[in-house]
Design a protein around this ligand. Structure first.
Ligand SMILES: *Cc1c(COP(=O)(O)O)cnc(C)c1O
Length: 235
């Protein structure tokens, strides 16, 4: 077995163990492989290892891989920050967007989603790190944006996404992941059709699953360390 396929198996074991610890079904959290910065060949290997859902953050890089891998039945998730002048290719070619944080972006994605495709699955990004992150809406604003997403014909509201500041401490990790869980519960209570909490990465997937994550976004633990800066668009 190749290194990537072995890493996929190890991740699946961690997910099953965390779901069990949480008292949840062992398939309670989907594994989204975050393939940003890695070549199409690595994605082929992960697909051969059983994965079908891949997350990308940099649009230009992502579109090249979508083209190169068009022969495979993959589900593409856009997980990076999205500028309003770049919504069209995302609306046309991705199945999910995890980081919606502005009404304007939501409206453009809905307008630009081709009528021939199912509605674009959307998670509203919640800022759980306060001042230290510029991305995501406050927990107080999240329900308002979720209601808007639910009302737009080209979009399907799925739930909420969060990227907490890294912490080595499980208790701190869990307290940060508890905020999106509470917002999801509020959204359910008012009848919004949500089923997804996109949270947990390579180092904190266990804490996220204990707080109700239904989709973990895993890069490093599958593909290894990334070798270039994660800032801006990759040339
Ligand atoms: C890069 C990235 C990940 C994956 O992080 P790892 O620590 O490598 O698992 C998950 N989510 C988002 C939004 C990312 O940008």
């Amino acid at each position: 077995m190749g290194a990537i396929a072995a890493a996929v198996q190890a991740c699946r074991k961690r997910i099953v163990a965390a779901c069990t610890e949480a008292g949840r079904p062992t398939d309670c959290a989907r594994l989204l492989a975050v393939s940003k910065t890695f070549p199409a060949a690595a994605i082929r290997e992960a697909h051969a290892g059983g994965l079908t859902a891949f997350g990308e953050s940099y649009l230009r890089e992502a579109l090249g891989k979508l083209d190169a891998l068009a022969d495979l039945p993959l589900e593409w998730h856009f997980i990076g920050p999205l500028q309003s002048n770049k919504t069209r290719p995302v609306a046309e070619r991705f199945a999910w967007v995890h980081g919606v944080e502005r009404e304007k972006i939501a409206r453009r994605l809905s307008e630009q989603r081709p009528a021939t495709l199912p509605p674009l699955n959307v998670c509203v990004q919640i800022n759980v790190s306060g001042e230290s992150s510029k991305h995501g809406v406050s927990p107080e604003q999240a329900l308002g944006l979720a209601r808007l997403v639910a009302s737009l014909p080209g979009l399907r509201l799925r739930g909420f996404m969060a990227i907490p500041e890294a912490s080595p401490d499980r208790v701190t990790q869990r307290s940060r992941f508890s905020l999106p869980r509470i917002v999801l519960e509020q959204a359910r209570a008012e009848g919004l059709p949500v089923d997804t909490l996109s949270m947990g990465m390579s180092t904190d997937l266990e804490a996220a699953i204990l707080e109700g994550s239904t989709m973990v976004r895993i890069g490093t633990a599958i593909f290894g360390a990334r070798h270039y800066q994660e800032e801006g668009e990759i040339p």
